[in-house]
Design a protein around this ligand. Structure first.
Ligand code: GAP
Length: 462
């Protein structure tokens, strides 16, 4: 399958099958903001839960849910007020707007990312119309708002551009209230906002998005080992949820590419296939942030944020961060799961020779776990099917589908990634047995209704 087309197909499926809608669509949409539909919210919640469970499974990681709005000094301390800028250029002729660093990257030129470095655009023209470009302007990505009734500078605050800072400023609260020994980590999932200049590629770059971040606090002498260890743990997480290892790459940042806070950084890249087969882009970052954040907050707040080492000496912990966008993860899991089978695989006559779409999502992530398909809408079969529905609905997200031929119904469920379909037919009335069909193998098993709960408990025991 042509990868470029695959991305477009996934975007289209996401809209038509109720995963993702453009925000405010009846008003013409709002740039790079998206809404998650009934299946999207299930998939996204499942991804967040898988991440949360993975973090929780480690005895040394605890959770936090800090506010989106925080004291504005936090963003001065973190360096975001001064340095969270993108270099912006406009075309003088067609008025298109670009990020200067992206223009250079597209031409195969590596821009200098260091703060204050000059980006040379002397020979670059507008990629849309060939027009001349303006000088670069630095544009701060933080959304501003006001706290309280007066819209004046003294009351200006920001929507957080990353969730991490909420963790740093709560570091001692968490440590002391939970009586935690070093080293330990704090995990958080929450919204972040960035006024991106050139958003796009569907939910890859959004202005409102969700992050799943974990900050691990450790003594400097252990930091390198911990940094390596978290890279491996994160790789295992993706593989455990069925991501094809061929589509993952770990890329180390060059020194001149590092963010202002980072001593070392690894991008976990995924082959999003925006343009062609080989289009790896950042999905997650694993960062060695040194003592940058805690020392800055110590300086700006005037509060001591040190802990004691074995010899009772004060030290500032080093931070190792893992940071992944929930929306980017959503896109990666969708892309990885999307499969087309040419010529079809169903045996029902109407689907033979047609292309079939199967979303091979890991069952843990699948938005609908089980579909109940009665062969007839009428009683007494409908009653029997509802009995099966009631039996399972307390534990699983179920879809009850009674319209169309059974072949079409299987295909509808395959397209949204439902791992199991339970068919209730006329024999069920006689023998209390149903047919359970597996999405990936298409194998069918006949099971007593009384066995179903146990059967699915085993299937969904991760
Ligand atoms: N706390 C570190 C941090 O925020 P980052 O590389 O700027 O680092 C981390 O962002 C992750 O957040 C990215 O790898 C990506 O998955 C996600 N992310 C960042 N900007 C995003 C955007 N505009 N839209 C969607 N996801 C985004």
């Amino acid at each position: 399958m042509q990868q470029e087309r695959k991305f477009d197909k996934v975007v289209s499926l996401a809209k038509t099958r109720g995963f993702v809608f453009p925000s405010s669509e009846i008003y013409g949409g709002l740039g790079s903001i998206y809404d998650y539909g009934p299946l999207g919210v299930e998939l996204k919640n499942n991804i967040k839960k898988a991440w949360w469970d993975f973090m929780n499974a480690r005895r040394d990681v605890v959770g936090l849910d800090s506010g989106i709005l925080m004291h504005p000094k936090i963003w001065e301390a973190s360096g975001h007020v001064q340095g969270f800028n993108d270099p912006l250029v406009d075309c003088k002729k067609c008025k298109s707007r670009f990020r200067a660093d992206h223009l250079l990257e597209n031409l195969g030129i590596k821009p200098d990312f260091r703060p204050g470095a000059k980006i040379d655009l002397a020979d670059v023209r507008c990629p849309e119309c060939g027009g001349e470009l303006t000088d670069i302007r630095q544009f701060n990505l933080m959304f501003k708002t006001f706290i309280g009734p007066l819209e004046e500078e003294a009351n200006q605050i920001y929507l957080r551009p990353e969730t991490a800072q909420g963790i740093y400023v709560n570091f001692l609260n968490v440590k002391e209230s939970m009586r935690l020994k070093m080293p330990f980590g704090i995990a958080q999932i929450g919204k972040a906002f960035r006024n991106e200049i050139t958003p796009g590629n569907f939910i890859f770059r959004m202005r409102e998005f969700e992050q799943m971040e974990m900050q691990y606090f450790v003594e400097e002498k252990e930091a390198k080992k911990v940094f390596k260890n978290w890279q491996e743990l994160r790789r295992e997480w993706y593989l455990s949820l069925g991501i094809d290892p061929k589509n993952l790459k770990f890329r180390e940042h060059a020194k001149d590419e590092l963010a202002h806070y980072a001593q070392a950084a690894i991008d976990i890249e995924y082959n999003f296939a925006f343009s062609g087969d080989d289009s790896f882009k950042e999905l997650e970052g694993v960062h060695h942030r040194g003592t940058w954040d805690l020392s800055q907050h110590q300086k700006f707040s005037g509060q001591k944020l040190t802990v004691k080492d074995e010899e009772n000496k004060d030290y500032l912990p080093t931070v190792i961060e893992t940071s992944i966008g929930a929306d980017r993860a959503f896109l990666a899991f969708l892309m990885d799961a999307y499969t087309e089978i040419d010529g079809g695989r169903s045996t029902t006559t109407e689907s033979i020779k047609e292309k079939e779409v199967v979303l091979k999502l890991h069952p843990k992530l699948a938005p609908i776990k089980i579909a109940i398909l009665p062969l007839s809408k009428k009683e007494p079969l409908a009653d029997k099917a509802k009995e099966v529905y009631e039996l399972l609905v307390k534990n699983y997200r179920i879809q009850y589908d009674e319209t169309g031929s059974i072949g079409k119904r299987y295909r509808r469920q395959d397209e949204i990634g439902t791992p199991y379909c339970v068919t209730v037919d006329f024999d069920t009335l006689e023998n209390n047995q149903v047919t359970v069909r597996d999405r990936d193998t298409m194998q069918q098993e006949h099971l007593d209704i009384a066995e179903l709960k146990n059967y699915f408990q085993k299937k969904f025991d991760f």
